[in-house]
Write a protein that binds this ligand. Structure first.
Ligand SMILES: [Zn+2]
Length: 120
């Protein structure tokens, strides 16, 4: 499962960072995610809750901001943002000039923007 491997990588990064800061507890995690990743926020939260049990990140809240993908049309050289709605954004990647020869510039991000910790 996609969300589980993301949650796993995220937990490792967060625990590393928290350890450096000598955190007692991780309270909040702010994330930015490109919509092309098609991450289900509820599933990600669920996976994170499960795997963070018995770590200092247990019970931390996830605040997820979704980033709209930016694409570039190779035909008319226009840059635009696509809006996924709830469907697969890939299906909507057609430029207004009618070309589907578009390159994805961004939208696959998975960034941990910041974490809020409780210090010792
Ligand atoms: Zn175009």
């Amino acid at each position: 499962m996609h969300e589980l491997s993301l949650a796993d990588g995220m937990l490792k990064t967060i625990l590393d960072a928290a350890e450096k800061e000598k955190a007692k507890k991780v309270k909040l995690i702010k994330l930015e995610m490109g919509e092309i990743l098609l991450v289900n926020a509820d599933q990600l939260t669920f996976c994170f809750d499960v795997i963070s049990k018995d770590t200092i990140a247990e019970g931390a809240k996830l605040e997820i901001k979704f980033l709209k993908p930016r694409v570039h049309c190779n035909k008319c050289e226009k840059e635009f943002t696509i809006s996924s709605g709830k469907d697969f954004p890939i299906l909507h990647m057609i430029c207004e000039c009618g070309s589907n020869d578009v390159a994805v510039l961004s939208g696959r991000e998975f960034n941990i923007k910041s974490i809020v910790i409780e210090e010792d």
